[in-house]
Ligand binder design. Structure first.
Ligand code: HEC
Ligand code: HEC
Length: 202
């Protein structure tokens, strides 16, 4: 029999799980220098200082610490799956994740190499406003807390992520991204990504 008490416990447990996902590793103090040393294996793919030069691999430089720890945690726990990142994250302790995230957040993002098409400099901001993208990702798409920075992010990576949120093949910690993207058409995704990927690095 489902009592009111057990319903409440389930609700509390779900809340606790959600809080744990959003603030997964907050209890450990991060060490940037330890992160820098650990990051040597990461920069082979994510680029020097976490500035990727490969369009399918995301930059990590200047990404909010909490967005990085959350992604690593999701890969390690199997919520978010990727044949390359999942096994790499499996070897990381919570302390490693905190150190790596602190290090990559501290690195400066270099200027984007992507050139936005002229018409999308107008269409992009209009769509971003219409779909409230900047309400969550920050006015200049710089990210905030657990919400990732998108400005200047690699073009093909962004495109793949938006399409997989829409196809519900990418994990989404609280469902907000899946619902934000569900109303977009594919041509609108293409415009938004062309715009966001060319945004500056301040
Ligand atoms: C062999 C190449 C490779 C190596 C080495 C690698 N990564 Fe990745 N990483 C990727 C790819 C590819 C993705 C995109 C995965 C996807 O599409 O979901 C990714 C995604 C990520 C993301 C998600 C970024 C976001 O914006 O959501 C984080 C965080 C990350 N990697 C951290 C690390 C860390 C930390 C290390 C070192 C311990 C590392 N990676 C090593 C290839 C690599
Ligand atoms: C209600 C808040 C919210 C809105 C609105 C929103 N996002 Fe997000 N977005 C998030 C969160 C939270 C994540 C991280 C999801 C996760 O990893 O589980 C995210 C992740 C992303 C990612 C993946 C980034 C990466 O580094 O892997 C992209 C791309 C993205 N959002 C683009 C957009 C675009 C474009 C819009 C507007 C159409 C938008 N978002 C609107 C909250 C939001």
């Amino acid at each position: 029999m489902i009592t009111l008490h057990s319903v409440k416990s389930v609700a509390v447990a779900q809340l606790a799980a959600a809080a744990f996902l959003i603030f997964p590793l907050a209890s450990n103090a991060a060490d940037i220098e330890a992160g820098r040393a650990r990051a040597q294996t990461c920069i082979a793919c994510h680029g020097p200082g976490g500035n990727s030069i490969d369009p399918v691999i995301p930059s990590l430089a200047g990404q909010p610490e909490q967005a990085i720890t959350t992604a690593l945690y999701q890969f390690r726990e199997g919520n978010r799956k990727n044949p390359v990142m999942s096994p790499l994250a499996a070897d990381l302790s919570n302390a490693d994740m905190n150190d790596l995230a602190a290090y990559f957040e501290s690195e400066k993002r270099t200027a984007p190499t992507h050139q936005t098409q002229a018409e999308n400099l107008v269409l992009g901001p209009t769509l971003a406003k219409q779909y409230n993208c900047t309400q969550c990702h920050g006015p200049a798409f710089m990210g905030i807390q657990h919400i990732p920075r998108l400005a200047g992010q690699q073009h093909d990576y962004l495109l793949a992520q938006l399409r997989s949120f829409r196809a519900a093949t990418r994990a989404d910690m609280d469902g907000t991204m899946t619902s934000a993207v569900s109303r977009l058409t594919d041509p609108e995704i293409v415009v938004l990504v062309d715009y966001i990927s060319g945004l500056g690095t301040k």
